[in-house]
Design a binder for this molecule. Structure first.
Ligand code: AGP
Length: 608
């Protein structure tokens, strides 16, 4: 969702900000803009579409000499994607410029008050309302920092904002409330951005701003204060471990492809430090101080919720913990949350900033539940607000479509099931050691098979890319993978796809099957195979074409049998997942779609 960059330093600021915005492109956007102060006036340039449009516009203007600037990529919420709605927005007196990520919920009320005072509005955005509210507050409060805080205290909702004042050309102000914003601390330069990759080529030193905090920064100083009363906040500067390389394509055609191929390493990294030297015990010190849950409610959105659905099987079978999985956007508004004694809530989020998941976490905490977080982004809101957090250690995931993050979430869920099973005394060291052996063998199995899988995905993509609809079928733990396969296909290639539990087909959806409606069936060599086979035959009896993801030796007469390495039990999912991802990737790429930034999507969904 929207990307914000603010910079004050010694380099040409506009060029730097645009370059930094490129590293936030993965968040999804439909217009972009920059602002700086030139000869005492705020100069704003904005363009609809990709950053290349903005760069084209800037190349026609006189090069900027400013060393302080801010920029924005906008994902439309209030108002259509158009130049007039793109950020930065100027106040009526053109003294202030603002960029904003999030939603000001009471903007209409404020807008009406400002209209009554004679203000005019040229966009449909809540951001323009906020910048004019700051102007109005500035009339009463000559110190712009205080006026900024006064306005923010009147605004309700979620925001990350960056402000520039024409009278202070070398300063930017920024503030956050329930939307990501990170301060980058350099030498003779300071940054603020929605995500770390924006400024990573320049500094690894960061301050994670907390909700309700604001910062005033110049090239040589920064000070963080509370928005509520402007009191000084002592912040700690942290050092980011990963480097720019991790946020680059490294020779791959797309980030998504790179991230799919990173999965063997992701599995290794997620296990790192979490398995005892004797390889028969799981170490999750983050959970040691908490009781073993009697029941677990998993709350998440999209792919993260599919990881939760998959994890349920192991948590139930290995740890004997009853699990329910809830979609965060529904859970947060449930009239009644019923917790049984010993019940715990687990929220799963790659970004750690998904608005619905964060709200669900807060609601569960308010109701007295202990909340665990499973996140990839260190220091994210969910990571900070959960009682305890487990990090998936998957490294930055740049492609909007989540791939390696799901793999790492599944790995942590596996480890949690083993850990709790052992703590409850229902999983023996021998059995745990067997699981550990299987887990440790996964990276090599994947390394040896990903290239073949990619070739098969390419071949099948060309054969099936013209389909208008697709079913994905799976049973048991593969049902969640069928849901994920369908989500990947629709979000990347815009082909309509539905994931179903194989046995549910005959209760209605089978009516849709004909020769133009193919089915992708997960038919692994496990106890449920005979049942899945019957479902495949039912599809074929309606002239449906079938791709079956299966193992060597499985007797299946289908259009395309895609053989993948056999891994016993539910851990087979670690091989199924990349096959599903590669198929969607190849279909989308073959159809010429924007694989890393599919239309209408955002990487981090910070609005509800
Ligand atoms: C997956 O490919 C998605 N683009 C999306 O469903 C994503 O998983 C969802 O928005 C949740 O994000 P989170 O894990 O960052 O909370």
């Amino acid at each position: 969702m929207c990307g914000i960059v603010g910079y004050s330093g010694h380099r040409p600021a506009v060029a730097l900000v645009v370059e930094a915005l490129h590293r936030l492109e993965y968040r999804g956007y439909d217009s972009a803009g920059v602002a700086c102060v030139q000869q005492g006036s705020l100069c704003v340039s904005k363009a609809q579409g990709k950053l290349t449009q903005l760069e084209q516009l800037l190349s026609q203007e006189a090069p900027s000499t400013a060393t302080t600037a801010m920029g924005h990529t906008r994902w439309a919420t209030h108002g259509a994607p158009a130049v007039r709605n793109a950020h930065p927005h100027l106040s009526n007196d053109k003294s202030l410029a603002l960029v904003h990520n999030g939603i000001i919920e009471n903007y209409l009320e404020i807008k009406n008050e400002l209209l009554a005072k004679g203000y005019s509005f040229y966009s449909d955005t809540d951001t323009e309302v906020l910048v004019n509210l700051i102007q109005e507050c500035h009339k009463q409060e000559p110190d712009i920092e205080k006026a900024f805080a006064m306005a923010l205290n009147k605004a309700h909702g979620a925001y990350a904002v960056c402000l520039m004042d024409k009278d202070q050309p070398d300063v930017f102000y920024a503030a956050r409330m329930s939307a990501p914003l990170i301060l980058g601390v350099g030498t003779g330069e300071n940054f603020v951005a929605s995500d770390i990759p924006a400024f990573l080529p320049y500094t690894r030193k960061v301050v994670f701003l907390e909700d309700g905090e604001m910062v005033r920064a110049t090239s040589s100083s920064y000070e963080v204060r509370k928005i509520a009363d402007l009191s000084h906040v002592d912040v700690s500067v942290q050092t980011i471990e990963w480097d720019v390389q991790a946020a680059q394509k490294s020779g791959y055609r797309h980030f998504m492809l790179k991230e799919i191929f990173e999965q063997p390493k992701v599995i290794q990294d997620a296990m790192s430090g979490r398995i005892s030297a004797s390889k028969d015990e799981i170490l999750l010190p983050e959970l040691d101080a908490l009781p073993v849950p009697g029941r677990l409610t998993i709350v998440a959105c999209g792919t993260s919720s599919h990881a939760g659905l998959w994890g349920r099987h192991l948590l139930e079978s290995v740890a004997g913990i009853g699990v329910q999985v809830e979609i965060a956007s529904e859970y947060r508004y449930k009239e009644t949350l019923i917790f049984q004694p010993g019940e715990m809530v687990l929220v799963i989020s790659q970004s750690g900033e998904t608005a619905d998941t964060l709200a669900a976490l807060r609601r569960a905490r308010e109701c007295g539940a202990t909340v665990l977080g499973l996140c990839n982004v260190v220091g994210s809101s969910i990571a900070r607000e959960a009682h305890s957090v487990l990090y998936t250690q998957a490294g930055p995931e740049i492609s909007v479509a989540s791939t390696k993050a799901m793999c790492s979430q599944m790995l942590l869920l596996t480890l949690m099931a083993l850990y709790w099973g052992q703590r409850k005394g229902i999983l023996s060291s021998e059995k745990c050691a067997e699981y550990v052996q299987s887990l440790l063998s996964l990276p090599e199995i994947l390394e040896n098979s990903l290239h073949d899988m990619h070739d098969t995905a390419k071949r099948l993509a060309r054969k099936y890319a013209q389909a208008k609809n697709f079913f994905y079928l799976g049973r048991g733990h593969c049902f969640s993978l069928a849901l994920e396969g369908a989500l990947k296909l629709k979000e990347l290639s815009y082909i309509h796809a539905e994931g179903y539990a194989s046995g549910e087909m005959k209760h209605g959806p089978i009516a849709l099957i004909d020769s133009s409606f193919p089915t992708f069936a997960i038919c692994l060599n496990d106890a449920l195979l005979p049942k899945v086979k019957s479902n495949v035959v039912e599809v074929q009896a309606r002239q449906g074409h079938v791709i079956a993801l299966t193992n060597k030796g499985v007797d299946l007469a289908v259009d395309d049998a895609w053989i993948i390495p056999e891994v016993p039990g539910v851990l087979a999912a670690y091989v199924v997942l990349p096959a599903l991802q590669l198929f969607s990737y190849e279909v989308a790429d073959y159809l010429g779609k924007d694989v890393d930034q599919p239309r209408n999507l955002a990487k981090s969904v910070t609005v509800e």
